[in-house]
Design a protein around this ligand. Structure first.
Ligand code: ZN
Length: 248
């Protein structure tokens, strides 16, 4: 474990053992993972995972090369990527050793992991549950941190990154196939343009789905609504969670 982080390499069997040990320790420590799903997630869970990764994969090299320059945050707004690494430069001319990093994890992907039944690939590896998905997403982001700490920038569509992620974690791709809100909506039979009903402040509203993101945007005809279409019909706009919609 004394090689520079950019040059670390693990074989398939080693990866399997180290991840299994990491999962065992995480499951014993975190109150938020019940063995099948996340009840909630906190940045403490991510810090715990980082400590376990340092122990299992990076060794003292992490301290020498990254140290305490990495922090974590959670987001409920990420609808496409499950993770994101932000390079924090206090000045534009800052050298890589002075840069700080933040890994942001999109929690919706983890909470809605079980809503669609099919195999789920993350970084080219099959994730049997939400914790595995989180590991693969985190590993991908850790590769971004390692590359950025060397070169001041990181790009997962380039060969240098792909080589690092392949050597270190056996990743075969930079993408995830986790269920998105759109896919869950699709599976529930909800499409843009569909007529739906939902309850709002005790009243039943009827409208049309105009967009599906984290929630659905539903346009409901209303005499004095602020939105107007080309025929002059006025609407109110509502953001409704997908589970509250009934298709007509
Ligand atoms: Zn990436």
């Amino acid at each position: 474990m004394c090689r520079p982080l950019m040059e670390l390499e693990y074989g398939e069997e080693e990866l399997e053992q180290r991840r299994a040990e990491l999962i065992k320790q995480f499951s014993e420590t975190s109150q938020n993972w019940d063995g099948e799903r996340f009840k909630r997630l906190s940045t403490e869970d991510l810090k715990l995972l980082l400590d376990l990764y340092i122990e299992q994969f990076f060794g003292k090299r992490w301290d020498e090369e990254i140290g305490d320059r990495l922090t974590f945050s959670l987001s409920t707004r990420m609808t496409k990527s499950a993770g994101k690494t932000i390079i924090k430069r206090s000045r534009p001319d800052l050298a890589p050793p002075q840069m700080r990093f933040e890994i942001r994890i999109g929690v919706s992907f983890l909470f809605q992991f079980d809503e669609v039944e099919r195999s789920k690939l993350v970084c080219g590896l099959s994730a049997p549950n939400a914790l595995w998905a989180l590991l693969f997403v985190l590993e991908h982001e850790l590769c971004h941190v390692i590359e950025a700490a060397y070169y001041g920038k990181s790009n997962c569509s380039k060969e240098r990154f792909k080589g690092l992620a392949r050597r270190l974690f056996g990743h075969g791709s930079s993408y995830h196939e986790l269920p998105t809100a759109r896919e869950i909506a699709y599976q529930k039979g909800l499409r843009v343009g569909d007529e739906v009903t939902f309850h709002h402040q005790g009243r039943m509203k009827k409208g049309m789905i105009a967009a599906i993101n984290k929630r659905a945007t539903v346009m409901v005809p209303a005499k004095d609504g602020p939105y107007m279409d080309k025929k002059g019909t006025r609407y109110d706009k509502y953001y409704v969670s997908l589970s509250s919609l009934t298709a007509l």
